[in-house]
Ligand binder design. Structure first.
Ligand SMILES: Cc1cc2nc3c(=O)[nH]c(=O)nc-3n(C[C@H](O)[C@H](O)[C@H](O)COP(=O)(O)O)c2cc1C
Length: 226
């Protein structure tokens, strides 16, 4: 290798390293940003048989949960998982636990769901599957006789076989996954903004809510759509 080729090689290597480091820093910085969505306040004395349960690390899936809850005047329960905070450690734990398919420590972990017959379960997608808090919640609760609708937000991709595995887990707890809805935000360098995201969610719900409402009528047969 000539001296000139060596210098060229070094410059290329350094440029690649700088681009990788900048990408990593940008990803971490972006990952720390929390999306604060429009508030949802439920009128306490309105009883519905619909429950929305959601885990959200950075606010996007919560925004979707609020829109769903608003459509049904439903109770909304937010699952907390302290291990997955918005700092580097939280990000690291989130990666490790979802990659290794570990259970999560969540609060609340058990709910009395006896008065509900339609339960929405929401989370971000981590490593192509719903995030660990949602699996743990299903593991720990009784879904006998309940129709379940899974909702997810994600950047670019999830795997259908993971959704099928989630449906099986719901089934093993006595419930039935009757629908799966999801909103793609786009890859980290090219994501839709909060306002546009909420609009996407509302557009999706306009198409589905009437059909879902038939599921909470007594003696309604259900089938899964995707
Ligand atoms: C640890 C981790 C893993 C992720 N894995 C994926 C993935 O496999 N596919 C994808 O499209 N997005 C992935 N994402 C992006 C999130 O799904 C996306 O940003 C989601 O909308 C965040 O929702 P939240 O704001 O409710 O936490 C991942 C994010 C984190 C933190």
């Amino acid at each position: 290798m000539t001296r000139r080729q060596f210098i060229l090689f070094l410059v290329t290597l350094l440029t690649a390293a700088v681009i990788c480091a900048a990408g990593f820093v940008f990803t971490l910085w972006k990952d720390r940003s929390y999306f604060t969505s429009p508030t949802y306040t439920r009128v306490d004395d309105e009883r519905t048989n619909v429950l929305v349960v959601c885990y959200s690390r950075s606010g996007n899936t919560l925004a979707m949960a609020k829109e769903i809850a608003r459509s049904f005047k439903a109770e909304l329960i937010l699952l907390e998982a302290k291990a997955y905070g918005l700092d580097f450690e939280g990000w690291n734990n989130a990666n490790d636990d979802s990659w290794d398919r570990l259970p999560a420590v969540i609060d609340p972990d058990r709910l009395d769901m006896s008065s509900y017959n339609l339960v929405f379960l929401g989370s971000p997608i981590w490593w192509y599957r719903p995030a660990p808090p949602l699996w743990t919640f299903v593991e720990k609760n009784d879904f006998r006789g309940k129709a379940v609708i899974l909702f997810n937000t994600f950047n670019s991709r999830f795997k259908s076989k993971e959704i099928d595995a989630f449906a099986k887990l719901v089934e093993s707890k006595g419930g039935k996954l009757v629908d799966h809805v999801h909103v793609r935000r786009g890859r980290i360098f090219n994501q839709i903004g909060g306002g546009e995201f909420v609009e996407e969610v509302r557009k999706l719900l306009r198409k589905r809510v009437e059909r879902w409402k038939t599921m909470i009528a007594p003696n309604t047969k259900t089938s899964r759509h995707s």
